[in-house]
Write a protein that binds this ligand. Structure first.
Ligand SMILES: [Ca+2]
Ligand SMILES: [Ca+2]
Length: 160
């Protein structure tokens, strides 16, 4: 039977309900940190026998062996990126100015200041959670205009 799936459990209370009602295995096999049902119960822990019984094909697969579309389940699964459903998993395609971490499931802000120390030549570079804005575009010796965005996206090209 279908019921509400919750994205998180905070201090024992289910939080962040997802919009559509799903089966327990769609909710709990997607992520054992979810909560399920009305009243909501925490999903069985990943190493619990109950989880093995419910999710016999492992994380990301329903009880009847179908891929769980994590992107459809949780529309906010990829902050700062776009979710792509994969068989048994998902990944996040990150927005400009963000890069995926080693799991491919989180988009983290790129520290443009660390990537390119020349970004703000005569100023103090401060990383921001978006594409870093340096002072106004300026012409290079070759006369080509370079915008700050272009600099931050191609840092290793201007080390000369
Ligand atoms: Ca999937
Ligand atoms: Ca940044």
């Amino acid at each position: 039977m279908r019921s509400t799936c919750y994205g998180a459990i905070k201090k024992g209370t289910c939080a962040r309900p997802f919009p559509s009602a799903v089966k327990k295995s769609e909710c709990c096999c997607a992520n054992p940190d979810h909560g399920f049902g009305e009243p909501c119960q925490p999903c069985p822990a990943k190493n619990a026998a109950e989880f093995q019984a419910l999710c016999s094909s492992g994380i990301g697969i329903t009880a009847d062996g179908r891929d769980i579309n994590e992107c459809a389940l949780n529309s906010e699964i990829c902050p700062n990126g776009i979710c792509e459903n994969l068989h048994g998993s998902y990944c996040c395609i990150c927005n400009l100015g963000y890069e995926s971490d080693t799991t491919g499931k989180n988009c983290v802000d790129v520290d443009e200041c660390a990537v390119n120390r020349l970004l703000c030549d005569n100023g103090l570079c401060r990383n921001t959670p978006e594409v870093t804005h340096a002072p106004a575009p300026r012409a290079t010796s070759s006369g080509q205009k370079q915008t700050p965005v272009k600099i931050s996206m191609s840092a290793h090209l201007i080390h000369v």
